[in-house]
Write a protein of this length. Sequence first.
Length: 93
Amino acid sequence: DIVPPGLLMSLARRIDLSDTIKGRKDRSKPPYFPVLCCCYALGLMMANVGVIVMEQGQPALMYLVPMTLGGFFWVARRRGEVREVFLGKDVIW
């Protein structure tokens, strides 16, 4: 249930570390990882509220994936890196 959002969060952390190492860190641009951590927490909170309100189990992915993908896309858009991130930013090297 938590693997796809977890992989996205690890990519976000890697992008932030790569920007820091390569000297491309800009304080005016939001970092990926902290934003995704907040989005993940909000999605988990929404899943718990869904369980309480509906009184039955809810798939966590229904809340976690849209929140983390939405947060990731929002940061990429704010930084002007949508195309670069979704085509594959050079964070591996």
